[in-house]
Ligand binder design. Structure first.
Ligand SMILES: [Zn+2]
Length: 477
């Protein structure tokens, strides 16, 4: 095997290898052409590298108790003829708030896979990691969402901008993407400005990528790059330029999460122009196809939609677009499975309902503290939060229908839902008092977790099947 330094020189020696066409990138593109195979053997990269399939879903499981119920939704998809690969994701922020370790995610995933005899691939995602937070995830994860949103806008050096523009004459003038009517006219100034905005972030992604690669070995993990938590939406040309820079940086990225227009608040529906979203998504998919061909990025590179869960109104657009382009997609949901735990507990009545009310009451009292870390991704209207005294008198039905995300019903309360969504810290502090009830009410909770994931997310996005929307359920309904 080549020494790491040699490998790095190879990867970054733009003088020796034209990055755009290099065979090295073809290997990173997991192509198996003779040239790639030759490089592969030199670099000791075999053909067994991890590769993310066309359809995958990122699922969160805050308390590591619902992996089996979540996986059951993927089993149902498979039984209906569609392979949707589960990726359990948990961010450093989540681990810190809960007091859990990444190994717990791996263990829960492994146990679920074993219990349900899942024979397809599955992954554990170190969600939104940076150079500072990646370490604790190195052992147990095989999917890394490298977050460089904070570095966007840090100005690149003049030399870096110049060499980028020199390397990418194909991005100057008229750029036509396949499968869409739009054409883009890119001036030297536009290209330079965009490079200035994103090159530092991409270099940062390269640093994080190489740190992981050094620890795990190339091909032993799926790299994603996320820019969705940036302040500004990225246009299609931004995305194309970012992908060119990622290829230059030698990152074999398999999923990329841009910031789309509109708001992707946690646990509630999309806020934005739904009609505008579909053409925007189509252009981004076309940009990815272009970048794969032009820059030798992995042929399975696809969009990762960090949905924050429950973007029901744009699911049909996502489905239509992946069908139209025969493209893949990674749909990352947030930790709303924990809300299904609360729904299940409330539905169970008795102690379960009492605990669900207690959690709300505490969350209400500490709403400012709970909401502040998520300020940019939630919209809680304090005036719409029911007083805890009132909630204490609620039936199971009242609690579940306020919490369950069924838009347009009088009972559904998005502020109530979002406060509870970020209120998982309260349940985490309860420790066994919460977990024991989860275990005691496993059946009713599992039913809610599986149905929610399958009917309302996997169905509409991957199977093109409208979700079953229930207004009320449960034995107390
Ligand atoms: Zn994200």
């Amino acid at each position: 095997m080549l020494a790491r330094d040699d490998l790095r020189k190879l990867r970054h020696g733009h003088n020796r290898i034209d990055a755009k066409k290099s065979s090295l990138l073809q290997i990173q593109g997991w192509g198996f052409e003779p040239a790639a195979t030759k490089y592969a053997s030199r670099l000791n990269v075999d053909n067994k590298h991890l590769k993310l399939a066309k359809y995958s879903i990122g699922i969160g499981d805050r308390f590591a108790h619902q992996a089996k119920a979540q996986l059951q939704a993927c089993v149902q998809a498979l039984q209906n003829g569609v392979q949707v690969i589960p990726v359990w994701n948990k961010s450093n922020r989540e681990h810190t708030i809960i007091g859990s370790e990444p190994l717990s995610v791996r263990r829960a995933a492994d146990a679920a896979v074993q219990a349900l005899h899942w024979e397809e691939p599955y992954f554990c995602d170190a969600d939104h990691i940076t150079l500072q937070t990646v370490d604790r995830f190195l052992e147990s994860c095989d999917f890394y969402t490298i977050d460089v949103a904070d570095s966007i806008g840090k100005p690149a050096t003049a030399a870096d901008m110049e060499s980028f523009v020199r390397r990418h004459p194909e991005l100057l003038g008229r750029v036509q993407l396949e499968g869409v009517d739009e054409q883009f006219e890119v001036t030297r100034e536009h290209l330079t400005r965009t490079a200035e905005k994103f090159l530092v972030a991409v270099k940062k992604a390269g640093e994080v990528y190489r740190k992981i690669e050094y620890a795990k070995g190339a091909g032993n993990f799926i790299p994603e790059i996320s820019m969705d938590e940036a302040d500004r939406t990225q246009s299609t040309m931004d995305l194309l330029i970012i992908l060119a820079a990622i290829a230059d940086e030698g990152i074999p990225v398999q999923t990329i999460a841009p910031k789309f227009s509109g708001r992707f608040n946690k646990g509630v529906d999309y806020v934005g122009d739904v009609a505008q979203f579909e053409p925007e998504l189509a252009l981004d998919v076309a940009a990815i196809t272009y970048a794969v061909r032009q820059y030798g990025l992995p042929e399975n590179l696809k969009l990762s939609v960090h949905s924050g869960s429950d973007k029901f109104s744009i699911y049909p657009a996502i489905h239509a677009t992946i069908k139209r382009f025969n493209a893949g997609v990674h749909l990352k949901t947030a930790g709303t499975t924990w809300l299904e735990e609360l729904i299940g507990l409330a539905e169970a009545g008795g102690d379960g309902l009492a605990r669900a009310k207690e959690i709300y009451s505490e969350a209400f009292a500490r709403r400012d503290e709970l909401c502040s870390p998520y300020a940019t991704v939630i919209d809680v209207d304090p005036a719409k939060l029911p007083p805890p005294d009132e909630v204490r008198g609620w039936s199971s039905e009242q609690y579940t229908s306020a919490l369950r995300h069924v838009s347009g019903t009088a009972a559904y309360n998005s502020s109530f839902r979002q406060l509870l969504h970020v209120g998982f810290k309260i349940a985490a502090r309860m420790g066994r008092r919460y977990l024991d009830l989860l275990e005691l009410n496993e059946a009713v909770i599992a039913k809610n977790v599986t149905e929610n994931l399958y009917d309302r997310h996997i169905g509409p996005v991957f199977l093109g099947r409208a979700g079953t929307v229930r207004n009320s359920t449960g034995r107390n309904a």
